[in-house]
Ligand binder design. Structure first.
Ligand SMILES: C[S@@+](CC[C@H](N)C(=O)[O-])C[C@H]1O[C@@H](n2cnc3c(N)ncnc32)[C@H](O)[C@@H]1O
Length: 237
């Protein structure tokens, strides 16, 4: 997307020499996959919101130390959340992104991150449908920044419930802009640990408002906070 079409750089990109800025509505993210039509949009998570939610999660008494968890971003986009997660002491960082162009950009960003020595941990990025994701052994922290609508969310939970059927306590969900929270509420296998707002820092609020103000079709809006939730998988259904 060109500057003329509404592209505005986020300071995160200016500071780190990566490319994660912009807002791309779901209809411009077509790949030919049946789940395309449920894709919301590309937008990188506000770093301040990400860090605040991680801090909150660490206070929920996770069932293992952070170093035992694999961080998995379902709908990784250009990789901003993966880059941020790679600075924490997770066991591994995994991302899954449906759109191949975004995946290519994310791969380049991850290379830049490594070259700048900002992380040494194992990182894996897969281009594909989140619903087909495979989950590693051990505790997993799944990150969702409102990637898809209700029907894909239902499939996703079914998939997670099958993968973690015999692993209660080994799956936590961090959900930013939690539009499909009701789908999780109705699932008996998850318990809610937090629901509320995480505030954007001033820098993120200014940047995100500017990006929203520049969007070509004016359909999205940004508040000074994100509605978020945290969930723990507690058992079989
Ligand atoms: C709001 S962006 C979040 C990007 C990233 N997680 C972050 O926080 O910086 C949501 C992303 O989910 C992707 N997505 C939507 N449906 C998907 C699916 N079924 N499988 C994998 N990725 C999907 C979109 O292409 C988009 O890049």
């Amino acid at each position: 997307m060109s500057k003329k079409e509404g592209f505005t750089l986020h300071p995160f990109d200016q500071e780190n020499g990566v490319q994660t800025s912009g807002l791309i509505p779901g209809r411009y993210l077509k790949t030919g996959h049946t789940n395309d039509r449920h894709s919301t949009a590309y937008f990188g998570v506000a770093p301040s919101v990400f860090h605040a939610l991680l801090k909150r999660w660490r206070r929920t008494r996770p069932t293992a130390p952070v170093g035992g968890f694999t961080f998995i971003d379902l709908g990784a986009g250009m990789g901003r959340a993966m880059l941020l997660a790679a600075e924490y002491p997770f066991r591994k960082v995994i991302g899954i992104e449906l759109n191949p162009i975004l995946t290519k950009i994310a791969r380049r960003n991850l290379q830049i991150w490594r070259a700048a020595d900002q992380t040494r941990m194992p990182i894996q990025l897969v281009c594909g449908d989140a619903v087909e994701a495979r989950f590693p052994k051990g505790p997993c922290l799944v990150f969702l920044f409102n990637p898809f609508g209700a029907s894909v969310m239902r499939l996703m939970l079914k998939r997670l419930a099958a993968a973690f059927a015999d692993r209660p306590g080994q799956l936590d969900l961090l959900y930013v802009n939690n539009e499909q929270d009701e789908v999780i509420v109705r699932h008996p296998g998850f318990t809610q640990l937090f629901v509320g707002q995480e505030r954007r820092s001033r820098v993120d609020a200014i940047a995100d408002h500017r990006i929203m103000a520049n969007q070509p079709d004016g359909e999205y809006s940004a508040a000074n906070y994100e509605d978020c939730s945290i969930w723990r998988w507690v058992g079989k259904t």
